[in-house]
Design a protein around this ligand. Structure first.
Ligand SMILES: *Cc1c(COP(=O)(O)O)cnc(C)c1O
Length: 489
């Protein structure tokens, strides 16, 4: 199996090359030219533990690596790093299930992929005989940045620069990033929103700076592939709980921003997992909900800062992969992406829209509804969810109302509620005055839900990163940092 650009099937790469590069050279994204069919393997695969499942699925998706190699990488990445040995526990909540993806070192779902990406990156360097260091550029809406730095911290042969929107992340998220230690990490705020930062990073990739660049965003296939694993894990959990028999569909509700997480669910489906509907949950930045209803993707609209900031995105990169995987048409994908660049909008053909609507169900929710959902879930089930999870929870309820009697729904929970304590407290009817750290304490006093270890000590950590730049100066910033021999010396 090889990888190819979504915009040109002739631009191919091995899995290791794709991981090293991030985006494809033409600005497209790497996709597998054909997807492995795991249906014959399911009866056995779904009895394995998380690590066994991860090794098998990742080996199938990234076949440059042998099973033994992948098993070793998985073991290094996941052993002892998560709060639970099964990495992504599935918790019954009412009639539904919450898939907890936030039990990792930085309390966001990005940890699942970013715990293993550094190992995949280093192994890919070796496979490709690359000896010069890789500089990882990452734009973050708040969670990728911290998780990526935690993963790449002091990994030999790598350096990482993270750009986050100035004033566009929660206080806790900002503190997590600006206190990050490590001799190879660099964090810089940008005056702009996530879309501006992501666009600028893509332009840096497309320009020919004399640097070996890669990405830790979900545009990197090495970031996306590990996210496929937990869909299988959740399905296996429902099998074990007796909630489904092998072959029965399970629906998944996914709080969506850059469309990486939900695309991983679609990949799982195409690989043979009995995934039913993928419920695509948006906050007030509902460009995806509109797209799935009408077939028109239009980013020419106001950008809102919401209480679910990791989903404050109007240009969802991985949608490009979906368009290609569903249409099989690279020329169409390239044309749509060119239109998005020049006009900020495109419309997909009717047959493609029909196929999208068969697999995906759109949901949207504003801040008041998000907070109300947090209060509802707490009062009804004594389960404390974060703002992003609440958006998906609400979308799941809307979906069940629209299609009664459907399959069980797994709601993907993407962050600890303690990363967004102000809005979560408001959802519970509490006061949100005070700084982020006081709010963590208050939320804990109110709910007695344990505070994750990594957030407990945050208040006392030293701020190490204070850089701020304009969007236009990002390329110069990257060049300057790349020229410095030592960081954080
Ligand atoms: C990144 C993120 C999302 C959105 O995931 P995408 O893969 O970008 O769609 C949702 N919730 C949280 C907490 C996140 O950090």
């Amino acid at each position: 199996m090889i990888y190819q650009s979504t915009r040109d099937p002739a631009l191919t790469a091995s899995a290791a090359e794709a991981i090293l590069r991030g985006p494809a050279p033409d600005g497209g994204l790497y996709v597998p030219s054909s997807l492995p069919d795991l249906r014959p393997a399911l009866p056995k695969l779904l009895t394995l533990d998380f690590q066994g499942m991860a090794a098998a699925i990742l080996q199938a998706l990234l076949p440059d690596f042998t099973t033994d190699e992948m098993t070793a990488l998985v073991r290094s990445a996941y052993t002892g790093r998560f709060e639970t040995a099964d990495v992504t526990p599935t918790v019954p909540v009412g009639d539904d299930y919450i898939l907890e993806l936030f039990r990792g070192p930085t309390s966001a779902f990005k940890d699942v992929a970013l715990s293993i990406l550094p190992y995949l990156m280093t192994a890919s360097q070796q496979k490709c005989g690359v000896t010069d260091p890789v500089l990882i550029l990452t734009a973050t809406s708040g969670d990728t940045g911290k998780a990526a730095m935690a993963g790449f911290r002091d990994v030999p042969g790598t350096r990482i620069i993270v750009f986050y929107p100035h004033g566009g992340v929660s206080e806790v998220q900002q503190a997590q990033m600006t206190t990050q230690e490590g001799g190879n990490v660099c964090v810089c705020a940008v005056r702009g929103n996530f879309d501006d930062a992501q666009t600028a990073v893509k332009e840096i990739f497309a320009s020919d700076l004399p640097l070996r660049l890669s990405s830790a965003n979900s545009i990197n296939i090495g970031r996306l592939a590990p996210q496929v694993v937990y869909y299988f894990k959740a399905y296996a959990d429902l099998l074990r709980l007796g909630r489904v028999k092998l072959g029965d569909p399970v629906d998944f509700a996914v709080p969506t921003g850059n469309f990486g997480d939900i695309l991983a669910g679609y990949l799982a489906k195409r690989m043979g997992l009995p995934v039913g509907t993928l419920i695509c949950a948006s906050n007030r930045n509902d460009v995806l909900a509109d797209f799935l209803r009408t077939g028109v993707y239009d980013k020419n609209r106001p950008f809102y800062k919401t209480v679910s900031p990791s989903m404050d995105i109007l240009v969802s990169s991985n949608l490009e992969r979906l368009l290609y995987l569903m249409s099989g048409d690279a020329a169409l994908t390239a044309a749509l992406m060119a239109q998005l660049r020049t006009e900020g909008r495109y419309e997909v053909p009717a047959d493609l829209l029909a196929r999208l609507q068969a697999d995906f169900f759109p949901g949207r929710c504003d801040d008041e509804q998000t907070k109300a959902a947090i209060g509802d879930v707490w009062r009804a089930h004594h389960y404390l969810c974060d703002t992003h999870t609440a958006v998906a929870w609400r979308a799941a309820q809307a979906y069940k109302a629209a299609r009664p009697g459907a399959a069980p729904v797994v709601v993907l929970s993407t962050a600890s509620p303690y990363k967004f304590p102000a809005a979560v407290l408001e959802g519970l009817g509490g006061s949100s005055s005070g700084d982020g750290f006081d709010l963590i304490d208050r939320l804990h006093a109110l709910t007695q839900v344990p505070v994750p270890e990594n957030l407990r000590g945050l208040r006392d950590k030293t701020v190490l990163h204070r850089d701020v730049t304009d969007i236009a100066d990002m390329p110069a910033y990257v060049l300057k940092k790349a020229g410095e021999k030592e960081w954080n010396a």
